[in-house]
Design a protein around this ligand. Structure first.
Ligand SMILES: NC(=O)C1=CN([C@@H]2O[C@H](COP(=O)(O)OP(=O)(O)OC[C@H]3O[C@@H](n4cnc5c(N)ncnc54)[C@H](O)[C@@H]3O)[C@@H](O)[C@H]2O)[C@@H](O)CC1
Ligand SMILES: Nc1ncnc2c1ncn2[C@@H]1O[C@H](COP(=O)(O)OP(=O)(O)O)[C@@H](O)[C@H]1O
Ligand SMILES: [K+]
Length: 488
């Protein structure tokens, strides 16, 4: 699903105005969506406390306040700054509002009221003042429900970051399209339940204004998933190679291998150091085994062109052997995870050189610590959010970067960005990342392009976790993957 950044939403606004759409009409519909949400969600509320800011977010608030008054609700109105300074549509909305307001400095939360937060939305530009931070923390502590207009004030719609302080809303009402900040952390947690209302901007304008950011879901990858046909044969379903660590460190690679097989790879082979062969042989059945002691053996194995993708990293061990193996694998579809990433901490440029020059066919799957090892300067840049960090990393590495976390972001060197939001918190369990690497490897092996494989992998991983339920362990995940033929 297309997401719009605040800047893109502003562009959509301008394009809508240029095409003859009445911008005040948009504001009226936005304000009415907010008042309707209040009436639907809180029919027993004693009062609506509407807090209006100095821009169009405040304008939506004035429209909502008047509509609630007309519906018979007791409304208390508070404004930030002098409302006589309001401009454009917000000024018109203020003038059309028949409620006398007070300065927001006078506001004290009271029991039984529902707060409508119309202080700042897409136009938030800098951290909030100390006085506003204090007000917001009082409201959050009072724990009366907050309905946020567009975004909880204090949350950046671009990055999801808190600018000083932010309301913890029970509901957020936004318009036309959600923004990245609704799904990125900590923004997602401040939004409560998110409702997106259509206020009448045509789809073609939204598509012209936006394009980079998407919410991850089947619309991004379903058409690129492998489809089974009557003539399918295991050799046509791809052969995934997964590299294992030594005898005491093979569990992670076994998890990846099982996940790759469950995702539909026709064949999966665990490549093991010879001293791990017996241990691993005792643990696997459908997954095959091959002793690959060194790079010479790997080069020989790679002559088999039916091997169509690889996973390297889970439990592999950090060091020279990993770097040498990656060097041999760099031109093939590859998921580089965990130790495979950390092995390049001292020389990330060596990895980027290996991956440069071809169509991106490698998926890097760092968690926060691994990301900082490969991209220390990007990780340390506090001025940008997670999607931009992932995008810059993808561009630098010429690879798909799947930046893990509760708000996993997938980015491609060409600028495509997907934010994944279907993962339940119980996915934070040992070995779940190894399963994710295997799912993506299984898709790469079947010919799914790298960006789509990474997006599908993150989404399928989240769905499997939901289906397995709370208390799952990583071993449960492959058994709960949804059938690919049902993904649409
Ligand atoms: N298509 C759309 O996008 C529509 C948007 N509407 C509303 O318009 C809003 C965006 O309006 P604006 O662009 O006017 O932006 P906002 O109303 O979010 O905020 C802009 C105002 O806040 C001030 N400001 C920014 N950060 C501040 C800070 N930290 N401390 C104090 N003041 C600060 C700015 O100087 C400016 O006056 C949306 O969030 C939405 O609620 C609706 O009216 C309907 C249509
Ligand atoms: N709070 C959370 N909510 C949802 N998913 C999470 C959360 N924390 C981590 N995850 C996901 O769980 C997986 C953990 O992977 P990783 O950090 O590599 O752990 P491990 O090495 O133990 O497998 C990632 O896919 C990550 O996105
Ligand atoms: K708001």
């Amino acid at each position: 699903m297309l997401l719009l950044t605040p800047e893109e939403m502003g562009r959509a606004d301008r394009l809508a105005a240029e095409s003859g759409i009445d911008s005040y009409g948009l504001m009226i519909r936005a304000g009415h969506a907010v008042s309707a949400a209040f009436l639907r969600l809180y029919p027993a509320a004693l009062r609506a406390d509407v807090l209006c800011g100095p821009g169009n977010n405040g304008g939506d608030g004035y429209i909502a306040a008047e509509a609630l008054k007309q519906a018979g609700v007791e409304v208390a109105l508070f404004h930030l700054g002098d409302p006589e300074n309001l401009k454009g549509d917000a000024r018109r909305a203020f003038q059309a509002c028949s409620i006398d307001g007070k300065p927001v400095e006078d506001y004290r939360p009271a029991a039984g009221a529902v707060i409508i937060d119309a202080l700042f939305g897409a136009g938030l530009q800098r951290p909030l003042s100390d006085a506003l931070c204090m007000l917001i923390s009082q409201v959050n502590e009072a724990a009366e429900p907050v309905i946020a207009v567009d975004l909880p004030s204090g949350i950046s719609g671009l990055t999801g970051k808190v600018q000083g302080a932010a309301f913890s809303a029970a509901h957020t009402v936004t318009f036309m399209r959600a923004k990245p900040g609704h799904f990125l952390l900590p923004g997602r947690e401040h939004c409560g339940r998110l409702d997106v209302f259509d206020i009448g901007i045509p789809q073609r304008i939204l598509e012209e204004a936006g394009g980079g950011h998407h919410l991850n879901g089947p619309d991004l990858f379903a058409s690129a998933l492998p489809a089974l046909t009557a003539s399918s044969h295991k050799f046509r379903r791809g052969h995934l190679g997964v590299f294992s660590g030594g005898p005491s460190a093979s569990g992670a690679a076994r998890l990846s291998a099982t996940a790759g097989l469950r995702t539909g790879a026709g064949l999966v082979t665990l490549a093991v150091p010879p001293n791990a062969a017996m241990v691993v042989a005792n643990q696997v059945t459908a997954v095959m085994l091959k002793a690959v002691p060194d790079v010479a053996a790997l080069d020989e194995w790679l002559e088999d062109k039916r091997l169509s993708a690889f996973v390297l990293g889970p439990g592999f061990g950090v060091g020279e052997k990993a770097r040498a193996f990656v060097s041999a694998l760099a031109s093939r579809p590859l998921v580089l995870d965990a130790d495979g990433i950390s092995s390049f901490a001292d020389e990330p440029d060596a990895l980027f050189a290996l991956l440069s020059g071809a169509d991106p066919h490698c998926v890097l799957t760092p968690h926060e610590g691994e990301f900082a090892r490969l991209f220390p300067d990007i990780a340390a840049d506090d001025n940008i959010g997670k999607p931009e960090k992932a995008r810059r990393a993808a561009e630098r590495a010429n690879a798909i970067v799947l930046y893990k976390g509760a708000d996993t972001v997938i980015a491609a060197p060409d600028g495509r960005i997907a934010i994944n939001a279907n993962a339940p918190p119980w996915l934070a369990t040992a070995g779940s990342g190894d399963v994710l690497a295997g799912i993506i490897g299984g898709l790469l092996a079947q010919g799914t392009p790298a960006f789509e494989a990474a997006c599908a992998g993150a989404w399928l991983h989240g769905q499997a976790a939901k289906r397995a339920g709370e208390g799952l362990t990583a071993e449960d995940l492959p058994n709960h993957l949804p059938p690919l033929s049902g993904v649409s």
